[in-house]
Design a protein around this ligand. Sequence first.
Ligand code: DC
Length: 233
Amino acid sequence: MKKIIVAIDGHSSCGKSTMARKLASRSGYTYIDTGAMYRAVTLFAIQNGLFDGDSIDTATLEAEIPGIRITFRPEPDGHQTTLLNGADVEHEIRGMEVSSKVSPIAALGFVRTAMVNLQREMGLQKGIVMDGRDIGTVVYPDAELKIFVTASDTVRAQRRFDELTAKGTRTTYEEVLENVRQRDYIDSHREIAPLRPADDAIILDNSNLTIAQQDEWLYDRFLEAIGQTNPLT
Ligand code: DC
């Protein structure tokens, strides 16, 4: 059966990774979470003291970046653990400190070039579901299936808040909403690879969809893209 590349872009906290992971496990494809890669670089910068308030020591980060190893370890439950230079950083990269510092890191040209190169290598064999902000526009402009996911910022903040509190992170809904809005602004206004739907992307607003509904919707688009139909619909 022909293998394709599925590119899933969209705003932060709109359930991209949940739907991408589900599609990957259903189709036997490999899931690649590119946001985790930018988060891992951000954690590296924090751990190495490269932040001074809001300013970043970009010269040191640029010198260090070729030596930063970001890999994923698949887990039996279908999740992936992000490794930074071999160390499990999955929990740390999801916290509020990394979340509040990742957008300026992801706006740096040399960081994007290094991540895009890695992402292209990961997809050489096709058969991947990759989620991010620029997958359909920059990383894989020729991807056979491109989805752009969005939802209202208040719905997204509520989802993210529920996720963080479930994991025991202490935060408030207002703080999370502010973070979602800030990231939307920086992600869509940055000079390099700003967040926008590819011209040929299919737009999905999932504000009022259940996870099961969006999974079915995506699976149908996937079957169409590989030239099959869903026997259940
Ligand atoms: O999807 P996420 O929230 O884990 O992404 C973290 C940050 O990384 C987000 O602010 C946008 C940025 N990002 C990006 O610029 N390009 C990507 N392909 C993926 C994420």
